[in-house]
Design a protein around this ligand. Structure first.
Ligand SMILES: [Fe+2]
Length: 168
C-alpha cells in the first residue's frame, strides 16, 4: 500500500507530464492563429504559464527528494482525447482546438485540486501553496477563454463565407 507521500510524488510526476503535454500540444497552434489575435494571445499566455508551472512542479519534486532526471513525461494523449471528443467540429480546426483547450484547462483545474488535497494531507505546506497559485492561474486562463468562443465562432463562419481560409 502506498503512503500519502508516495502518492503525492506520483501525482507531482503526473502533473509535470501534464504541463509538458500542455506546452507541446498547444505551442503549434500559435502560428496558425494569425487571423484570431485575441485567441493567439491566449494561447501564448497558456504556453508561458505551462512552462512556469512545469518549473514549479519540478521544484516541488526536488524539494521532496525526488529524482527529476528520471521524469519520463509519458505522452498522456490527453489533448488528443479532448480533440476527439469535439469531433462535431472536425472540419473546423480553429474551433476544435479552442474547445479542446477549454476542456484541457478544466482537466488541469481538477488535477491541481486533487494534488493540492494530497499535498495538504502530506503536510507539505509549500506544495499546497504552489498548487493554490497554479490553480488561480488555470482558473483565470479558463475564464478568459470561454468569452472568446462566440466571437471566434462568428469570425470563423464569416471568413468561411468570404472564401478566405478560415482555418488560419
Ligand atoms: Fe497548467
Amino acid at each position: 500500500m502506498a503512503t500519502t507521500e508516495e502518492h503525492l510524488m506520483d501525482w507531482l510526476r503526473d502533473a509535470h507530464a501534464m504541463e509538458k503535454q500542455a506546452i507541446e500540444s498547444i505551442e503549434n497552434q500559435i502560428d496558425r492563429l494569425k487571423s484570431y489575435p485575441q485567441l493567439q494571445s491566449w494561447v501564448r499566455d497558456h504556453v508561458d504559464a505551462s512552462r512556469r508551472q512545469r518549473e514549479l512542479i519540478e521544484t516541488c519534486i526536488k524539494r521532496r527528494g525526488g529524482n527529476v532526471s528520471t521524469l519520463k513525461d509519458i505522452a498522456m494523449g490527453l489533448f488528443g482525447n479532448m480533440q476527439e471528443a469535439t469531433s462535431l467540429f472536425m472540419q473546423d480546426e480553429v474551433l476544435k482546438n479552442v474547445i479542446a483547450d477549454y476542456a484541457f484547462k478544466h482537466y488541469e483545474i481538477a488535477s491541481y485540486t486533487s494534488l493540492r488535497s494530497a499535498a495538504e494531507g502530506a503536510a507539505d505546506a509549500e506544495t499546497t501553496r504552489v498548487c493554490d497559485d497554479i490553480l488561480r492561474e488555470e482558473e483565470a486562463l479558463a475564464g478568459r477563454l470561454l468569452p472568446l468562443l462566440p466571437e471566434v465562432t462568428l469570425q470563423y463562419v464569416n471568413r468561411d463565407l468570404a472564401g478566405s481560409s478560415a482555418k488560419r
